[in-house]
Design a protein around this ligand. Structure first.
Ligand code: CA
Length: 221
Protein backbone atom coordinates (compact mmCIF):
# COMPACT_ATOMS: atom_id res chain seq x y z
CA UNK A 1 0.00 0.00 0.00
CA UNK A 2 1.35 3.36 -0.96
CA UNK A 3 0.71 6.51 1.05
CA UNK A 4 1.28 10.21 0.51
CA UNK A 5 2.16 12.16 3.64
CA UNK A 6 1.86 15.94 3.37
CA UNK A 7 3.21 17.54 6.55
CA UNK A 8 5.43 20.60 6.71
CA UNK A 9 6.99 19.88 10.11
CA UNK A 10 10.15 17.99 9.08
CA UNK A 11 10.58 16.19 12.43
CA UNK A 12 6.99 15.03 12.56
CA UNK A 13 7.13 14.02 8.90
CA UNK A 14 10.27 11.96 9.39
CA UNK A 15 8.88 10.31 12.49
CA UNK A 16 5.57 9.44 10.82
CA UNK A 17 7.25 8.17 7.65
CA UNK A 18 9.45 5.90 9.75
CA UNK A 19 6.54 4.39 11.68
CA UNK A 20 4.35 4.01 8.59
CA UNK A 21 7.17 2.29 6.70
CA UNK A 22 7.75 -0.03 9.64
CA UNK A 23 4.08 -0.88 9.41
CA UNK A 24 4.57 -1.98 5.79
CA UNK A 25 3.54 1.10 3.82
CA UNK A 26 5.43 2.74 1.03
CA UNK A 27 5.46 6.45 1.88
CA UNK A 28 6.07 9.50 -0.31
CA UNK A 29 6.45 12.75 1.60
CA UNK A 30 5.67 16.30 0.65
CA UNK A 31 6.22 19.47 2.70
CA UNK A 32 3.96 22.07 1.11
CA UNK A 33 0.48 22.27 -0.38
CA UNK A 34 1.53 22.90 -3.95
CA UNK A 35 3.89 19.96 -4.27
CA UNK A 36 1.53 17.73 -2.27
CA UNK A 37 -1.41 18.65 -4.45
CA UNK A 38 0.60 17.81 -7.57
CA UNK A 39 1.67 14.40 -6.23
CA UNK A 40 -1.87 13.54 -5.12
CA UNK A 41 -3.16 14.39 -8.56
CA UNK A 42 -0.52 12.63 -10.64
CA UNK A 43 0.55 9.60 -8.58
CA UNK A 44 -1.52 6.70 -7.44
CA UNK A 45 -1.99 6.31 -3.67
CA UNK A 46 -4.05 4.05 -1.45
CA UNK A 47 -4.53 6.84 1.10
CA UNK A 48 -3.27 10.35 1.83
CA UNK A 49 -2.41 11.89 5.21
CA UNK A 50 -2.85 15.64 4.92
CA UNK A 51 -1.87 18.31 7.42
CA UNK A 52 -4.17 21.34 7.15
CA UNK A 53 -1.71 24.08 8.08
CA UNK A 54 0.67 24.00 5.10
CA UNK A 55 2.84 26.52 3.27
CA UNK A 56 1.95 27.77 -0.25
CA UNK A 57 -1.53 26.19 -0.41
CA UNK A 58 -3.43 25.22 2.76
CA UNK A 59 -4.65 21.67 3.24
CA UNK A 60 -8.37 22.42 2.89
CA UNK A 61 -7.77 24.04 -0.52
CA UNK A 62 -5.59 21.12 -1.63
CA UNK A 63 -8.31 18.67 -0.66
CA UNK A 64 -11.03 20.76 -2.34
CA UNK A 65 -9.05 20.81 -5.60
CA UNK A 66 -8.56 17.05 -5.59
CA UNK A 67 -12.22 16.37 -4.97
CA UNK A 68 -13.24 18.84 -7.67
CA UNK A 69 -10.89 17.02 -10.05
CA UNK A 70 -12.60 13.73 -9.19
CA UNK A 71 -9.76 12.26 -7.16
CA UNK A 72 -11.41 10.01 -4.61
CA UNK A 73 -8.35 8.68 -2.74
CA UNK A 74 -9.20 8.38 0.98
CA UNK A 75 -7.82 11.35 2.92
CA UNK A 76 -7.02 11.55 6.64
CA UNK A 77 -6.55 15.14 7.80
CA UNK A 78 -4.37 16.27 10.71
CA UNK A 79 -6.04 19.12 12.58
CA UNK A 80 -5.03 21.42 15.43
CA UNK A 81 -6.33 20.78 18.90
CA UNK A 82 -9.65 22.52 19.55
CA UNK A 83 -9.89 23.28 15.86
CA UNK A 84 -13.47 22.07 15.56
CA UNK A 85 -14.22 24.49 12.73
CA UNK A 86 -11.20 23.11 10.88
CA UNK A 87 -12.52 19.57 11.27
CA UNK A 88 -15.91 20.60 9.93
CA UNK A 89 -14.32 22.46 7.00
CA UNK A 90 -12.07 19.48 6.30
CA UNK A 91 -14.86 16.93 6.33
CA UNK A 92 -17.00 19.25 4.18
CA UNK A 93 -14.13 19.58 1.72
CA UNK A 94 -14.08 15.79 1.31
CA UNK A 95 -11.88 14.38 4.07
CA UNK A 96 -12.75 10.83 5.13
CA UNK A 97 -11.48 11.10 8.69
CA UNK A 98 -9.34 13.27 10.96
CA UNK A 99 -6.83 13.01 13.77
CA UNK A 100 -6.26 15.87 16.20
CA UNK A 101 -2.70 17.03 16.98
CA UNK A 102 -0.93 16.05 19.13
CA UNK A 103 -1.77 12.44 18.39
CA UNK A 104 -0.44 9.01 19.15
CA UNK A 105 0.97 7.53 15.96
CA UNK A 106 -0.96 4.30 16.65
CA UNK A 107 -4.17 6.25 16.13
CA UNK A 108 -2.98 7.41 12.71
CA UNK A 109 -2.01 3.84 11.81
CA UNK A 110 -5.40 2.49 12.86
CA UNK A 111 -7.31 5.18 10.99
CA UNK A 112 -5.24 4.72 7.83
CA UNK A 113 -5.86 0.95 7.96
CA UNK A 114 -9.60 1.57 8.36
CA UNK A 115 -9.68 4.09 5.50
CA UNK A 116 -7.93 1.73 3.10
CA UNK A 117 -10.21 -1.11 4.13
CA UNK A 118 -13.36 0.91 3.71
CA UNK A 119 -12.20 2.25 0.34
CA UNK A 120 -11.90 -1.41 -0.68
CA UNK A 121 -15.45 -2.06 0.54
CA UNK A 122 -14.26 -4.06 3.55
CA UNK A 123 -15.71 -3.33 6.97
CA UNK A 124 -13.82 -6.09 8.75
CA UNK A 125 -10.05 -6.10 9.35
CA UNK A 126 -10.04 -9.72 8.15
CA UNK A 127 -9.89 -10.12 4.41
CA UNK A 128 -10.94 -13.54 3.17
CA UNK A 129 -10.38 -15.23 -0.18
CA UNK A 130 -11.43 -18.88 -0.17
CA UNK A 131 -9.39 -20.59 2.56
CA UNK A 132 -6.92 -17.72 2.75
CA UNK A 133 -7.37 -15.10 5.47
CA UNK A 134 -5.33 -11.92 5.82
CA UNK A 135 -5.64 -9.88 8.99
CA UNK A 136 -4.84 -6.23 8.28
CA UNK A 137 -4.37 -5.41 11.97
CA UNK A 138 -1.92 -8.17 12.85
CA UNK A 139 -0.50 -8.63 9.30
CA UNK A 140 -0.99 -12.40 9.73
CA UNK A 141 -1.95 -14.69 6.89
CA UNK A 142 -3.51 -18.11 7.34
CA UNK A 143 -4.55 -20.92 5.01
CA UNK A 144 -7.30 -23.11 6.44
CA UNK A 145 -6.49 -21.57 9.83
CA UNK A 146 -2.79 -22.48 9.62
CA UNK A 147 -0.36 -19.53 9.76
CA UNK A 148 1.78 -18.88 6.70
CA UNK A 149 5.02 -16.91 6.93
CA UNK A 150 5.39 -14.32 4.20
CA UNK A 151 8.18 -11.79 3.79
CA UNK A 152 7.27 -8.11 4.08
CA UNK A 153 7.21 -7.72 0.29
CA UNK A 154 5.15 -10.87 -0.25
CA UNK A 155 2.68 -9.69 2.39
CA UNK A 156 2.38 -6.27 0.76
CA UNK A 157 1.64 -7.80 -2.60
CA UNK A 158 -0.97 -10.22 -1.25
CA UNK A 159 -2.56 -7.47 0.87
CA UNK A 160 -2.88 -5.19 -2.13
CA UNK A 161 -4.55 -7.95 -4.14
CA UNK A 162 -6.91 -8.90 -1.31
CA UNK A 163 -7.97 -5.26 -0.94
CA UNK A 164 -8.98 -5.36 -4.62
CA UNK A 165 -10.59 -8.79 -5.00
CA UNK A 166 -12.50 -8.14 -8.23
CA UNK A 167 -9.83 -6.28 -10.06
CA UNK A 168 -7.34 -7.41 -12.68
CA UNK A 169 -4.14 -5.82 -11.43
CA UNK A 170 -1.25 -5.15 -13.79
CA UNK A 171 2.37 -5.63 -12.83
CA UNK A 172 2.86 -1.89 -13.24
CA UNK A 173 0.10 -1.15 -10.75
CA UNK A 174 1.56 -3.59 -8.24
CA UNK A 175 5.00 -2.05 -8.68
CA UNK A 176 3.56 1.43 -8.12
CA UNK A 177 1.87 0.41 -4.90
CA UNK A 178 4.70 -1.70 -3.47
CA UNK A 179 7.71 0.55 -4.04
CA UNK A 180 8.40 4.22 -3.48
CA UNK A 181 9.34 6.62 -6.26
CA UNK A 182 13.06 6.16 -5.83
CA UNK A 183 13.02 2.40 -6.15
CA UNK A 184 14.43 0.92 -9.31
CA UNK A 185 11.15 -0.50 -10.51
CA UNK A 186 11.51 -3.79 -12.26
CA UNK A 187 8.21 -5.54 -12.87
CA UNK A 188 9.96 -8.91 -13.20
CA UNK A 189 10.40 -8.97 -9.43
CA UNK A 190 6.61 -8.96 -9.13
CA UNK A 191 6.50 -12.27 -11.01
CA UNK A 192 9.05 -13.70 -8.60
CA UNK A 193 6.96 -12.61 -5.60
CA UNK A 194 3.77 -14.05 -7.06
CA UNK A 195 5.49 -17.38 -7.65
CA UNK A 196 6.73 -17.47 -4.06
CA UNK A 197 3.34 -16.52 -2.62
CA UNK A 198 1.64 -19.25 -4.66
CA UNK A 199 4.14 -21.78 -3.39
CA UNK A 200 3.81 -20.70 0.25
CA UNK A 201 0.01 -20.60 0.24
CA UNK A 202 -0.27 -23.89 -1.61
CA UNK A 203 -3.71 -22.97 -2.93
CA UNK A 204 -4.36 -21.45 -6.34
CA UNK A 205 -5.67 -18.05 -5.27
CA UNK A 206 -3.75 -15.84 -7.71
CA UNK A 207 -4.60 -16.25 -11.38
CA UNK A 208 -2.46 -14.89 -14.17
CA UNK A 209 -4.55 -13.02 -16.72
CA UNK A 210 -2.46 -13.17 -19.87
CA UNK A 211 -1.22 -9.82 -21.06
CA UNK A 212 -3.06 -7.97 -18.29
CA UNK A 213 -1.76 -9.03 -14.90
CA UNK A 214 -3.19 -10.90 -11.94
CA UNK A 215 -6.55 -11.45 -10.32
CA UNK A 216 -7.69 -13.25 -7.19
CA UNK A 217 -9.05 -16.64 -8.15
CA UNK A 218 -12.45 -16.66 -6.49
CA UNK A 219 -13.38 -13.34 -8.08
CA UNK A 220 -13.81 -15.09 -11.43
CA UNK A 221 -16.25 -17.75 -10.38
CA1 CA B 1 1.59 22.30 9.61
Amino acid sequence: MRLLLIEDDPDLSRQMKHVLENDGYVVDTSFDGEDGHFLGETESYDAIVLDLGLPVIDGISVLGKWRKAGISTPVLILTARDGWSEKVAGLDAGADDYVTKPFKIEEVLARVRALIRRAAGQASPELVCGVVTLNTNSSKVTVDGMPVRLTAQEYKLLAYMMHHPEKIISRTELTEHLYDQDFDRDSNTIEVFVTRIRKKLGVPIINTIRGLGYQLANAQE
